[in-house]
Ligand binder design. Structure first.
Ligand code: NAD
Length: 425
């Protein structure tokens, strides 16, 4: 089953719930028919003159899934695995995420099939600018607003917004709202880089409070990029014990706990944990990436890529809670196994929605020409997420269902309502 079909199947599972709760079967059917297909799929070919003089052509995508609630919104990733199926799936998740937290935004996603580590900085900039030239007609503050995702960052967003403004012939701050995740010097917002990790912390704190769990809780994290590092940093500050971290090459374990601030220094300097020097005094040892799923921990956090927890390793998992900071880290088969074993899964559309919320604040900041402090950003983020968590919790209790279904229910219900307001086609 493709990752898109996998996601549609999960969505399909809540259709009956919406009908059961008194909505018109015909209209619900129509909304599901619409949500199953993206509104627009843009495929672009991106020629790049390499530093060695050779020309190479890269494949890029922008999928605009649904804009019933507002302009499309979603990140851009640079990854060799990028294909239409993956980007379609992530665009659908963005539609659901924005609806879940009641943002006036729809869902989109973009990507370039490339290994950015194989490009020089000059090549990376040229490719990023070419991508903007190819999708320019379809983006803008009132159309579609891209942001960073895997292997993209504020520097890349700055190049992209610069290219966008060049073509537009306008330099005004309001048009900078065409991209979010920009650097602070370029009208980005305080806290955007940390926002997804911060959101994970807020949701996990709300959950453990409800469950009455006592700290220190142990945590293992797969992936130590923007999301993995930031969630580790915030949880560490809150008294959780981070006992294992992995990246794409290797992982480190310590029963005494790892300090994310020390780990990030190594990661930034060396690029990976491959040749990490273990500290014997901290009882550290190296683990293979896959071993992260066998550890005795309270909270397991996949924060890297899709489909890492499958039917093959779901039975090895020993945590009480899985906090899905990555998008789609579990296959459907894995989810069934984990559900039956009573492991609580906090779904991606709830756990990692902090990033798009702060992206929305960045848009507002650019449009209103105002600057938000980090305190204000995190306060507003906390309000939205704590309220959303309460809603999800109540729905899950009321319908005796898991958090994924409760979150999907809330998201689709909002899109459904909007569909009725918009009138049929
Ligand atoms: P990133 O590029 O900053 O970091 C990715 C990390 O994952 C790196 O540490 C990399 O080494 C590691 N990794 C890659 N392949 C791996 C593998 N097979 N096993 C273990 N580790 C692996 O990306 P990010 O922005 O941190 O995104 C991580 C996940 O979070 C993605 O699923 C992304 O879609 C999701 N997400 C990101 C944001 C955001 O604001 N950046 C928002 C919502 C969701």
């Amino acid at each position: 089953m493709s990752i898109y079909e996998n996601t549609l199947k999960r969505l399909e599972e809540i259709k009956d719930l919406i009908i059961e709760k008194g909505e018109s079967e015909n209209k619900v059917d129509e909304v599901f028919q619409i949500l199953k297909i993206p509104q627009r799929i843009i495929k672009v070919n991106l020629p790049l003159r390499k530093d060695n003089g050779k020309l190479e052509i890269y494949e890029g995508y922008r999928v605009q899934h649904n804009n019933f609630l507002g302009p499309y919104k979603g990140g851009i990733r640079y990854l060799l695995q990028v294909d239409e199926d993956e980007i379609k799936t992530l665009a659908l998740l963005m539609t659901l995420k924005c609806a879940l937290v009641n943002l006036p935004l729809g869902g989109a996603k973009g990507g370039i099939k490339v290994d950015p580590k194989a490009l020089s900085e000059n090549e990376l900039e040229k490719l990023s600018r070419e991508y903007v030239r190819k999708i320019y007609d379809f983006i803008g503050p009132d159309k579609d607003i891209p942001a960073p995702d895997i292997n993209t960052n504020s520097k890349i967003m700055d190049w992209m917004v610069d290219e966008y403004l060049k073509i537009k012939g306008e330099k005004k701050e309001v048009f900078k709202a065409a991209f979010t995740g920009k650097s602070l010097e370029n009208d980005g917002i305080e806290g955007r880089e940390e926002a997804t990790g911060k959101g994970g912390e807020i949701i996990l704190e709300a959950l453990i409070k409800k469950l009455g769990l006592k700290k220190p809780l142990t945590v293992a994290i797969q992936g130590f990029g923007n999301v993995g590092y930031n969630v580790a940093k915030f949880l560490y500050k809150r008294g959780y014990k981070i006992i294992a971290i992995t990246d794409s090459k290797a992982g480190i374990y310590s029963k005494n706990g790892l300090n994310p601030e020390m780990m990030i220094i190594w990661k930034k300097e060396k690029g990976s944990f491959d040749d990490y020097k273990i500290s014997k005094s901290n009882s550290e040892y190296k683990i293979k990436n896959e071993e992260i799923f066998n550890l005795e921990v309270d909270v397991l956090i996949p924060a890297a890529i899709e489909n890492v927890i499958t039917g093959n390793n779901a039975n090895n998992i020993k945590s009480k809670i899985i906090l899905e900071m990555a998008n789609n880290p579990l296959t459907e088969e894995a989810e069934k196994i984990l559900d039956s074993r009573g492991i609580l899964i906090v779904p991606d559309i709830l756990a990692n929605v902090g990033g798009v919320i702060v992206s929305y604040f960045e848009m507002l900041q650019n449009i209103e020409g105002k600057r938000w402090s980090k305190e204000k950003v995190f306060k507003e983020l906390t309000n939205i997420l704590e309220n959303t968590f309460q809603e999800v919790w109540q729905i899950s209790k009321k319908f005796n269902t898991n958090f994924r279904k409760a979150s999907l229910f809330l998201a689709v219900k909002r899109i459904y309502k909007r569909y009725l307001e918009l009138g049929s086609y």
